[in-house]
Design a protein around this ligand. Sequence first.
Ligand SMILES: Nc1ncnc2c1ncn2[C@@H]1O[C@H](COP(=O)(O)OP(=O)(O)OP(=O)(O)O)[C@@H](O)[C@H]1O
Ligand SMILES: [Mg+2]
Length: 240
Amino acid sequence: MAKKIIFASGKGGVGKSSLTAGVAVALSEMGLNTLVIDFDIGMGCLDLILAADDTGIFNWGDVINGHCEPSVALRSTIGPKLLVAPVEFDESFTEDSVKEMIKNYENEFDYILFDAPAGVRGGFLLAAACADEGIIVSTPDEVCVRVGLYAGDILYSKGIENIRLIINRFNKRLTTQGHYLNIDEVIDATVLQLLGVVPEDKKLSFCSVTGMQSLENSKAKSAFFRIAKRLEGINVNLVI
Ligand SMILES: Nc1ncnc2c1ncn2[C@@H]1O[C@H](COP(=O)(O)OP(=O)(O)OP(=O)(O)O)[C@@H](O)[C@H]1O
Ligand SMILES: [Mg+2]
């Protein structure tokens, strides 16, 4: 039975999609059968980041509405399988219908990662209703930490008890100079267990153009592997 994990932040542009994709690729390369579901209805981008094959035309809304068989909606990518987001919200998308849709895939995969949209409504609430665990992605600044705390509270209110933190875009030099919160300050402010730290990495910012395959030999890719290993219960030192 797949472990279902939502990547959320509340605030937009924090790195949810990049980290969902990066961790999913790492899990796949570790031999774990991984599915990513894009919950950013109308603004999904994981097909680009994950360099999905361009033959598929269906999204998870089509599965809910019976327009295709569940297996037909799966897109192949450089690693995990992908269910792309519908282009617009439909009243048929309810917590129950999305849960039923996901059940089609639960036995086939080890991990199902949900990429939540910005904000705490719509696709965020649908994904939250279906997840077993949560990951709050936060950059090391006060605004992102506060919104992340709020998003985490909502996940908790939806019954998700295991909620962990990934600090994204960590920059040692700028943190030492006092421009950003340090790691302890982010952990203290969010009161969440740290799952990992992803450095600021130019190669990662190019992935929306070139796809994740350009991440080879990068610091971000190493960070994604450390996070994937921790998800698997393997002890890995914190590297910053
Ligand atoms: N660690 C990082 N280093 C460099 N660039 C990064 C890093 N993380 C994310 N980015 C860049 O930041 C931008 C926003 O990232 P991304 O789309 O993953 O955020 P998001 O939280 O999913 O945004 P949205 O809320 O709009 O869905 C992208 O251009 C991405 O490449
Ligand atoms: Mg996104």
